[in-house]
Each structure stands twice: as structure tokens, then as C-alpha cells.
Design a protein around this ligand. Structure first.
Ligand SMILES: C[S@@+](CC[C@H](N)C(=O)[O-])C[C@H]1O[C@@H](n2cnc3c(N)ncnc32)[C@H](O)[C@@H]1O
Length: 309
């Protein structure tokens, strides 16, 4: 993989930095990549940039995110022009940019679904993290230290992303199981479900957690259909593990990817590395070169009680 994958905006949980470690587990050339939990679609963008797949399915239950992706890919100039208007207006606020953020947030919550507005909220909110209250309203606060991605940076990124994906991407905003039902042999699925352990609350619009049993059943069905996939799931940081392992009966191979030093631990004065698990379906396991699993990762791997192939 050459260079960093372009991205639209920082998104919490983005796989942009891990993409160079994930892509080598995919075949060099395939017909369709399906991403049911796309978020800001870092893996889709990286796969397209590296010309590994002919077409793409991008899905996320959060329709506002899909709206941003769709406009960035199909009409990047329109998104750019609308973003310039929203972003520039923050500097007209004598009482500070924060008041502008709240105004746009109110408009968005009142039903104004212009992708540029959601993009601005994402670009300016704390940790690029989408949060909704139990009433379904976006309730994340602004990051007071940042103005949000500049329009110039945004333009460079979305022009590149549009170049890679326009004309070969289908967009959906459905529950992941609906998307998996529509897959067929030859598709490759990349799944990055929401982090477990954070919240399992289902609210009226968005699902912030994932039912483990339902997810395992869905993977079992993919196996039965003979469809290959990769899943980013649990992990570890220092001696703490997060997330529940996927069961060995699924026949997946688990490798640990080095996700770098944990910023949270650094804040507490500790230097701890975060490892994220990647589960590999049967048909893709033959491609795992042995040198990909470094000594360190092998140790980590056994700590995690490696799943039988
Ligand atoms: C960890 S994020 C994915 C981040 C993504 N890999 C990236 O690089 O930006 C998980 C995503 O799953 C979505 N999601 C949660 N529950 C879902 C469901 N039941 N069906 C589809 N998407 C869902 C969330 O809205 C969130 O954007």
C-alpha cells in the first residue's frame, strides 16, 4: 500500500491507520467489497485506492454518515461548496465558534439532513465521535480547540475518494443483517461492528451496541453461503482485554494487529500498546504469509487462545 488513505473526516473507530495491516489479508483482485458497518469507509477507500476490487457496497445504519459518503463520492463539488458555506460561517460569530456549532446541531436535529451540516458537526465535535441521546438527537459537544477540517483539505481528500469510487459504489442504510442477506459468492465482506462493552442500547434511530448471538449467527450464515470475510472485533491494551472473542466453531483464524500506543494510557502516564483482533474466514486463510504474524503478534495471539482453523 502506498501513502496514507485519504479520508473525509476523522471518525472515531476509523480503520484508516490500520488499513495497511488489514489489506494484505484480502485477495489482490476481486469483484465486490461489501462493508456493512462502513462508518467513514476507510477500508473501502483503501481497497479502491489500491485497485483491488471492481465494485463496492457501502452501508451504515446511520443514514447521515451514508449521506456524507454518497455526496463525497458522487458530487464532491457540491459537498465542498456547501461545506465552505457552513464552515466559514463559524468565523462570523462574535461569541465564539461554539455557538455556531450548537446552531448547526439544532438545525440538524430539527431535520435538516444536508450532508455538509453533518460533516461539519463530525469535523468539529469531540473525538470525531457520533453520539445520540435516547431521544435520537445528536448530542455530542464541540471540541473548543479546533475549527474542524479546512475546506481545502476536505476538497483534496474528497476529490481523490470520488475518483476511486464514483460509478462503482452502491449505498445503503440498513441493518447489517439485511446487507449480509444480499451478498453472494465471490463477494468479500469487511466487518467492523461497533465496539462491544461500550453500550448495548438500541434507540429509535441508531444501534450503538451489537447483539453478540445475532452477530455470531450472521457469520455462521456467511460461512454456509461460502462467502469470505474479515472482521475487526475484540482486542487488548496492556493486560486488559476488550470485547468477547468470536467462538472457535466459526473456524476463523485470529491475528492481532498492532494499533499503536494507547492515547488513553499515555494520558495516565503509561505506555501501553493496543492490539486489535482481525478474524479471517476460511477461504482467505490460505493467503496468510507466515511472516505477517510477527513474533510479538504470535505471543499476543497465544495469549488470546488462538481459535482453531
Ligand atoms: C466502528 S464503526 C466503523 C468504522 C469504520 N470501519 C471506519 O473506518 O470508519 C461501526 C459502525 O457501525 C454502524 N452500525 C452500528 N450498528 C449497526 C447495524 N446494526 N447495522 C449497520 N451498521 C451499524 C455505526 O453507525 C458505526 O458507524
Amino acid at each position: 500500500m502506498n501513502g496514507l488513505t485519504p479520508h473525509i473526516v476523522q471518525y472515531q473507530g476509523s480503520k484508516r491507520l490500520l488499513a495497511p495491516q488489514i489489506l494484505p489479508y484480502l485477495p489482490g483482485n476481486f469483484s465486490r467489497l461489501v462493508e456493512p458497518f462502513a462508518g467513514m469507509a476507510a477500508i473501502t477507500i483503501a481497497v479502491a485506492k489500491n485497485e483491488m476490487s471492481d465494485s463496492f457496497v457501502v452501508n451504515d445504519i446511520n443514514d447521515a454518515l451514508v449521506g456524507i459518503l454518497k455526496q463525497a463520492i458522487n458530487a464532491p463539488n457540491k459537498l465542498y461548496e456547501e461545506y465552505v458555506d457552513v464552515w466559514s460561517a463559524q468565523f462570523n460569530y462574535p461569541e465564539g465558534h461554539v455557538a455556531h456549532f450548537y446552531k448547526i446541531r439544532d438545525e440538524y436535529n430539527a431535520g435538516d439532513s444536508a450532508p455538509a451540516k453533518m460533516l461539519y458537526l463530525l469535523a468539529r465535535c469531540v473525538k470525531g465521535s457520533v453520539r445520540y441521546g435516547s431521544n435520537g438527537k445528536f448530542n455530542q459537544s464541540p471540541d473548543k480547540r479546533r475549527n474542524g477540517t479546512s475546506p481545502k483539505t476536505l476538497k483534496q481528500n474528497i476529490d481523490a475518494i470520488s475518483y476511486y469510487l464514483k460509478g462503482r459504489t452502491a449505498f445503503y442504510s440498513l441493518d447489517y443483517r439485511e446487507i449480509l442477506n444480499r451478498t453472494h459468492k465471490g463477494d468479500i465482506v469487511y466487518m467492523d461492528p461497533p465496539y462491544q462493552g461500550t453500550s448495548n442500547v438500541r434507540d429509535s434511530r441508531y444501534i450503538s451496541g451489537l447483539d453478540y448471538e445475532e452477530f455470531v449467527e450472521s457469520i455462521d450464515r456467511l460461512n454456509a453461503k461460502g462467502i469470505d470475510f474479515l472482521i475487526s472485533y475484540d482486542g487488548s491494551c496492556g493486560d486488559k482485554q476488550y470485547g468477547r472473542e468470536l467462538p472457535p466453531e466459526l473456524g476463523l483464524k485470529k491475528v492481532m494487529l498492532n494499533a499503536g500506543l494507547s492515547s488513553q494510557s499515555l494520558l495516565l502516564g503509561k505506555k501501553e500498546t493496543t492490539y486489535e483482533a482481525l478474524y479471517i474466514s476460511r477461504g482467505l486463510q490460505a493467503n496468510i504469509p507466515s511472516e505477517k504474524v510477527s513474533h510479538k503478534k504470535q505471543m499476543q495471539y497465544s495469549l488470546f487462545d488462538a481459535v482453531a482453523v
